[in-house]
Structure formats: C-alpha cells, structure tokens
Ligand binder design. Structure first.
Ligand SMILES: Nc1ncnc2c1ncn2[C@@H]1O[C@H](COP(=O)(O)OP(=O)(O)O)[C@@H](O)[C@H]1O
Ligand SMILES: [Mg+2]
Length: 208
C-alpha cells in the first residue's frame, strides 16, 4: 500500500518536475516539532483523505483545525520530514519578517537576511506548514498584513501548503477577517478533535 509520504512525493514530482525534493536547500531550515513520526499511527481513514489530497483527488491547500492535541502538527511534521520545507508557527513567521524589515535578522554566517529572502525561501520550499494560526486573539495591523502576505506567497507558487489552527473558522474570521480565512480554506478542510495526549482517539470530519 502506498504511504502518505510516497503519495505526496509522487504528487510533487508529477506537478513540479523542477523541484528536487532530496536536495532542497531549505530542508530542515525550520525543523518540524516532531523529529520522528510513525505514519502508521495516523488514523487510517484520515490517511486516506490525506492521500487523496496528495494524488490530486482533493484540492490543496489543506486546512486542519480542531482541539489542541488532536495530532495536527504531527501530520504536518510528517510531510516536512519526508520532503523538506518549513514548519513554522504563524507568530514566529511574522516576527521573522518584522525583524528582517528592521534589518535585525541574520544568517548564522552573520550576513544580514532581508525580508525578500525570507519570503522567497518560504514561497519556494517544497511543503509549507503554517501552524498555530490565531494563537493570539488580537493581532496588530502589521501582523495581519504580513500573515496575509505569507498566505499569498504560497498561493502564487501553487505548492503544497498546510494551514493549522486550534481555532475554528468562525473564531479565525474574528481575528483575521473573512478574506484571509477564505484563502486558507479554499482547498480541503478537515476538523480534527480528540486529545492524543490523553489517549483519546481522533475524531475527524472532512468539511470540504
Ligand atoms: N498519530 C499519532 N500517533 C501517536 N501520537 C500522536 C499522533 N498524533 C499526535 N500524537 C501525539 O499527540 C500529541 C499532540 O499532537 P499534536 O500534533 O501536537 O497536536 P495538535 O497540533 O493538534 O495540537 C503529541 O504528543 C504527539 O506526539
Ligand atoms: Mg500543534
């Protein structure tokens, strides 16, 4: 049986011949929260839905929302571990861009890193996982503008992107407004509940 990872790899190869997954320079740049993921542990019916997305039978992007601890970040980590990319929290991404705009962001080598370099790296990475959307109930105008740009960048390149939030779309609309939420939910939307840490089984519903 084809694993989620294999399916995703195939999908990326088929649609984006020019991406060399294995040698992506951004691999591990923003490592995922989970260093080891056992794909067999992901609910098998949920895996089927994820495979359908990877095979192009369901649209990207993937937007997952629901209870904290339901395994959303775990799924995101799986994709990144296999193909490289960014798994980054929304606040961290926005703060990074703000820092770069102030000229206060540096590469490890000591070179200054510009906002456009950050944006290009995010736009070009194989898989982008934007996690913890709506972590804070109130966002500044600058945060809002930058978060919108972050979503726009992935939209433009048409690459696999996973959006994750512990808040439901209605709550997110209150924070980010309708256009933003429409953007992230224009592909496949899955609500996932249950707390893995307490041994609760995953309950999920494909909303769209
Ligand atoms: N499919 C899974 N199999 C085993 N453990 C899992 C699985 N998904 C998540 N976990 C564990 O459950 C906890 C919460 O998962 P996480 O992905 O961080 O939840 P969320 O991002 O939805 O808040 C973590 O400790 C993680 O190791
Ligand atoms: Mg999480």
């Amino acid at each position: 049986m084809q694993t989620l990872g294999e399916a995703l790899k195939l999908a990326i190869h088929e649609e984006r011949q020019n991406i060399d997954i294995e040698v992506s320079g951004y691999r591990g740049c923003y490592p995922p929260p989970y260093k080891g993921v056992d794909v067999a542990q992901i609910d098998s019916r949920l895996r089927d839905v994820l495979r359908a997305i990877c095979k192009g039978l369901r649209p990207w992007p993937l937007f997952m929302y629901g209870d904290s601890g339901s395994g959303k970040s775990y799924i995101g980590s799986h994709a990144i571990l296999r193909y490289g990319g960014w798994h980054i929290n929304t606040n961290a991404m926005v703060e990074m861009m703000q820092q770069a705009m102030k000229g206060e962001l540096y590469y490890e080598s000591g070179y200054q890193r510009s906002r456009s370099e950050v944006m290009d790296a995010w736009a070009q990475c194989n898989v982008g996982v934007l996690d913890e959307i709506g972590e804070r109930k109130q966002v500044t105008e600058s945060h809002y503008d930058l978060a919108k740009q972050v979503v726009d960048l992935r939209d433009r390149v048409i690459k696999p992107t996973v959006y994750i939030s512990n808040r439901d779309p209605e709550e997110l609309v209150e924070i980010y407004g309708d256009p933003f939420v429409s953007r992230i939910s224009r592909g496949t939307v899955i609500e996932i509940n249950g707390d893995k840490r307490r041994g609760e089984p995953t309950r999920f519903e494909v909303k769209q």
